[in-house]
Design a protein around this ligand. Structure first.
Ligand code: ATP
Length: 310
């Protein structure tokens, strides 16, 4: 798959702080890439550098085959972006705000442009709000309007910084469906988030930023691949141990981990021994476990003067 975003040794310093510290991003065509990290880990700074809004202190960025920020004029029209609470005119309606945005776009027949605005409003679930001014919008509606603006030009790549910030669970689910639809239609999506569950449900590829450094980057399916064990739930864990002598590697309440990646085989043995089984599944690490392991495997960064010595 073609490279969509590539960075090499990307660095941003603010005085002595390395907000972004040698990051090598690798985002490919067709990915829904989840860029995870705690507050202050450098996600927004990285996203701003990708879009040419902040200049890197060091390193290289390639966006849709162009070197940023130089190629910005050429490649940015093919990128839709939404970062940190989009700015809109409060006295105008959502539709009027999109018309203003569109006026700075590539042009084209007016009817086609109006039609496109209606289409994106429909896509983000704002078609019904009519003439209501944006100042009367909820946070979630503003976020959707921002997304509508990002979609206007049918971008090949969407770059979204915390797109579900401020949304309620239903709003989050709707944005997720929308992003999955766009992805199915061929759009590559790069989104930053501090919500593991959101990324786990949506993304195909994951990068984890920890204090400015990329401590993990891989396909989600690889990171959460089966461990080779089976998890058995039973009210009588000690009887599992007796029936499968030597294969039980951990017991946690009613949860028993058994060596062997064939749940049917484990089940047959337990049923044969008369052990009641209430649940059975292949053992996989959760994204949370993978992320915590990666972050704890990275030595603490020395703050202050020590950073400059590296
Ligand atoms: P959040 O989820 O809170 O937005 P983030 O992962 O996006 O966090 P950044 O906003 O990129 O993190 O900030 C990374 C670090 O860089 C923080 O320590 C922040 O205080 C610092 N920082 C960001 N912008 C500036 C700036 N303009 N001047 C000085 N320091 C900055």
């Amino acid at each position: 798959m073609a490279a969509v975003i590539t960075t090499r040794s990307l660095v941003k310093r603010y005085g002595r702080l390395r907000a972004v510290d040698g990051v090598d991003l690798d985002v490919r065509e067709g990915d829904i890439y989840g860029f995870l990290g705690a507050n202050g880990s450098g996600k927004t700074t990285t996203v701003r550098m990708l879009l040419g809004l902040v200049l890197p202190t060091g390193g290289e960025i390639e966006l849709l085959g162009g070197r940023m920020p130089r190629a910005g004029r050429r490649v940015l029209p093919r990128v839709g972006s939404l970062i940190e609470g989009p700015a809109h005119y409060g006295h105008l309606s959502g539709r009027e705000n999109l018309r203003l945005l569109d006026a700075s776009g590539p042009g084209g027949p007016r009817r086609t442009r109006r039609h496109r605005i209606e289409e994106v409003l429909e896509q983000v679930g704002l078609a019904g709000v009519g003439r209501r001014p944006v100042r009367a919008y909820s946070l979630g509606m503003r976020q959707r309007l921002g997304l509508a603006g990002a979609l206007l030009r049918r971008p090949e790549l969407l770059v979204l910084d915390e797109p579900t910030n401020g949304l309620d669970p239903q709003g989050i689910a709707e944005i997720r469906e929308l992003l999955l639809d766009l992805h199915r239609a061929g759009t590559t999506v790069f989104l930053s988030s501090h919500l593991l569950a959101e990324v786990e449900q949506l993304c195909t590829r994951v990068g984890v930023l920890d204090r400015g450094r990329l401590v993990l980057q891989d396909q989600l399916a690889t990171l959460t691949a089966p461990t080779g064990s089976t998890v058995v739930h039973t009210p009588v864990p000690h009887r599992v141990k007796a029936a499968l002598d030597g294969r039980v590697t951990a017991i946690d309440g009613e949860r028993v981990v058994v060596r062997g990646a064939d749940p049917a085989e484990v089940n047959a043995l337990l049923v044969g021994a008369g052990v009641p089984v209430t649940g059975l599944a292949l053992d996989r690490p959760s994204l949370e476990q993978v992320v915590l392991a990666a972050a704890s495997a990275t030595p603490d960064r020395v703050d202050g003067a020590g950073q400059d010595a590296r």
